[in-house]
Ligand binder design. Sequence first.
Ligand SMILES: [Zn+2]
Length: 190
Amino acid sequence: MREEEGGVRMKGLTEEQERLFETVFHSILKEDFPHHRWDVSRFLYAGKQVISGRDDREFKRQARLFFSENRIRWVRYEAHLAYWGGPEPDPYGDDEEENPEPDYWEMADLLTHRIVMAYMNAGKRQKYEQEADTFPFWCLRVINDGRAYPDCIEESQTARHYTDPYWQSKKLPCARLFCRCFITRRERQE
Ligand SMILES: [Zn+2]
């Protein structure tokens, strides 16, 4: 770790990678938690540890704290629970149990996953944009292990020119949590 231009640089990351991570990080937070203030410095440092290949425990710990201390309602997480069926309701629970504590560790896991995926995809996309003259057709790819979302699978059927409106508005990861989509590219549409 060394000090540079007032910020703490992370060993193993270039300045460009750090900048990209910060951009991705802020855009996810702004989109998913527009009404909350973050202690961004703690998160950024822990996040850079994750993307530079160190472990993600500190980041998850910070994320869990953020969720539990602020009792955050994460709309995307609620949609995730609804999609996968959510936790089993307790048939003997009384009224006070009607709103059990969310699983803050699971939320922290999913946020970590989302940010790491966003960072990896953003880096790839930058490279693809630079080399778009050679490989102008991009295709969404899913990891087809039975846990891919049907809408992601549907979108992955077509290669589209990178200037297509689809790619202009497409954000990765997709809307749902635990999306593992990534982009591939080719010379021709085929
Ligand atoms: Zn997806």
